[in-house]
Ligand binder design. Sequence first.
Ligand SMILES: Nc1ncnc2c1ncn2[C@@H]1O[C@H](COP(=O)(O)OP(=O)(O)OP(=O)(O)O)[C@@H](O)[C@H]1O
Ligand SMILES: [Mg+2]
Length: 251
Amino acid sequence: MAESNWTPDQPMVSAKDVHKSFGSLEVLKGVSMDVMKGECVCVIGPSGSGKSTFIRCINGLNDIQSGSITVEGQEVNDPKLDKLSLRKKVGMVFQQYNLFPHKNAIENIMMAPVLVLKEDKDEVEARARELIRKVRLEGKEEAYPGELSGGQQQRVAIARSLAMRPDVMLFDEVTAALDPETVKEVLTTIRDLAEEGMTCILVTHEMGFAREVANQIYFTDRGVIVEHGPPATFFKEAKDPRTKEFLSQIL
Ligand SMILES: Nc1ncnc2c1ncn2[C@@H]1O[C@H](COP(=O)(O)OP(=O)(O)OP(=O)(O)O)[C@@H](O)[C@H]1O
Ligand SMILES: [Mg+2]
């Protein structure tokens, strides 16, 4: 893998002028973003503006046509990059949690470290039990996904991702499919992580959460980042008419 001279005073995730097309459809038209270690960044914007496409580029699920994305100084699109090392560094949680239905919570959390990283089973199990506590699911260790609420399953999915000990976590509308009463517990888990200093990039429609937890809010529209800023100024002093219109619809 390519050497990196990254130091923590440099952005942990840095996207520069990223262009991404699906066939003739250009979905990202020059997106740039820097995220420092320990920062929590929220990405908001209308449906189809490229939010999911962009965060999928950060962990290499989407390739890009031009521009650059680095994680801890390593170019994600470097053909020499070891994809497994990127997977270990960058955790991702989706709207669809996709737990294995025939494995219980602990087994779901243990799978990747044991099967993919070949880590010691007992050590991974101890870590999985710790993670269950972290996502506030004590007592549900042996429960199967079908015995858990949507919010509880999503927290198992977050724990599963954390079991790989990532340096940055990507969340793509992880509460969008949940019943309102379980949204809060999932947001609490993410807030705990952010407060502990986990670097987080979230696509979300939860404006209250974004206002409270984010260090920076990015607003996307039709494949570009229109503007960004800390929540205190972003919500009060958005300048671009597209941002103002979007905020007027959702706030
Ligand atoms: N695999 C794909 N193949 C072709 N087009 C795609 C693919 N993935 C996304 N697109 C298109 O890219 C555009 C941006 O999609 P994307 O999912 O990134 O939007 P989004 O901002 O996440 O929207 P939403 O808020 O609805 O989740 C859309 O026009 C979508 O149809
Ligand atoms: Mg999306």
